[in-house]
Design a protein around this ligand. Structure first.
Ligand code: P6P
Length: 340
């Protein structure tokens, strides 16, 4: 029986998967290699951000009304240019593009996968040296092969995700990605320019001590959310605590820490923004998929995030995501909101 060897490169791992997964055609492996290459190119730009003229804002706004940072635009174009010339992707839905990007050529139209991505999440942190990330998920298209993709191929619930992952550009650059079969972590080895398997078969601890929320929004939170946060503040060593409040303000950094060490992250809705801030398709769904494969869970406060039927490419959703037992405790407190 073949087993993944520690430190095998991403390319070697995708070929290992191709040899061990029944009926694999190699298209998903090929797509992953393209994604890995795009992330290495972005990593190179992120690492040099302070040295070349790519810091700061581009002077434009994206569909979210957010100021586009130069690195955002570079990351977005890197992915789109690379995938447009691959043979494994029929189109892209990106945080940085108002509409889907259709690779309308005979070869791309015959690709069975589409990609959803936030090419550079947390970009507001670029100028202050805080870790940022790329988030992506792969869906199998639902429209006929041989035709250009449509928005229907992207508006699928997260439980249809084939593969998902993120890259954190931090103290080291790590790619976490996988399918329903399991999640694996790859650390970029700059001496060979390859992502190398460093965290095989990732699992999220059932319990944790980190809780992550922007307390600046506290007054707008529901009674259930406030009740849970109060409970976190009051944890002691006698009931699983004490907890630590950690909020970096860069989703990939907060999510990655809590995935590895155990914890809970939330971006709840508020009275002024009932759907919160985070986007369902290319931020919440991929992270929810990753956590669920690793034994965690994600909800919008009422249902599993992965079961939400999307209606718009850039729709937002409240998000609560974390270790299984912390999520169960949270949901007990959220019942307060059902009574009100
Ligand atoms: P706030 C970054 O802009 C981002 O989209 C996520 O990476 C992060 O978790 C969140 O917004 C932070 O938002 O409102 O707390 O600054």
């Amino acid at each position: 029986m073949l087993h993944p060897r520690k430190l095998m490169t991403l390319d070697e791992f995708t070929i290992y998967e191709l040899r061990t997964v029944p009926h694999a055609t190699g298209e998903l492996s090929g797509l992953m290699r393209s994604i890995g290459l795009a992330c290495k190119k972005i990593n190179s730009q992120v690492n040099r951000a302070g040295l070349s003229d790519i810091l700061g804002a581009l002077g434009t706004e994206n569909v979210q009304g957010e100021e586009v940072q130069k690195l955002d635009d570079i990351a977005n174009r890197t992915f789109i240019d690379l995938l447009n010339h691959s043979i494994y992707c029929a189109g892209v839905g990106s945080e940085e593009n108002d509409d889907i990007v259709i690779f309308d050529d005979p070869i791309s139209n015959n690709s069975k996968y589409v990609l959803l991505m936030d090419p550079l999440d947390g970009s507001g942190n670029i100028d202050v040296g805080v870790s940022i990330g790329t988030i992506f998920s792969v869906l199998k298209r639902v429209t006929p092969l041989g035709t250009p993709v449509t928005i229907e191929d992207f508006l699928q619930p997260g439980n249809r995700i084939v593969a998902a992952g993120y890259v954190i550009y931090g103290s080291s650059t790590m790619l976490i990605y996988g399918t329903k079969r399991g999640m694996n972590g790859f650390t970029l080895d700059p001496t060979i320019g390859e992502f190398c398997l460093s965290h095989p078969n990732l699992k999220c601890p059932d319990n944790g001590k980190f809780y992550s929320a922007n307390y600046g929004n506290y007054l707008g939170f529901s009674e259930g959310v406030k009740s849970y946060l109060k409970a976190c503040e009051r944890k002691t060593k006698d009931n699983g605590g004490p907890y630590t409040e950690r909020y970096i303000g860069s989703m990939v950094a907060d999510i990655h820490r809590n995935l590895i060490k155990g914890g809970i992250f939330m971006y709840p809705g508020t009275m002024s923004k009932p759907n919160g801030k985070l986007r369902l398709l290319y931020e919440c769904n991929p992270m929810a998929f990753i956590y669920q494969v690793c034994g965690g869970y994600a909800t919008n406060g009422e249902m599993n995030v992965l079961d939400i039927q999307p209606t718009e490419l850039h729709q937002r959703t409240p998000l609560f995501i974390g270790s299984k037992n912390m999520m169960a405790e949270l949901e007990e407190h959220l019942k307060l909101d059902l009574k009100s």
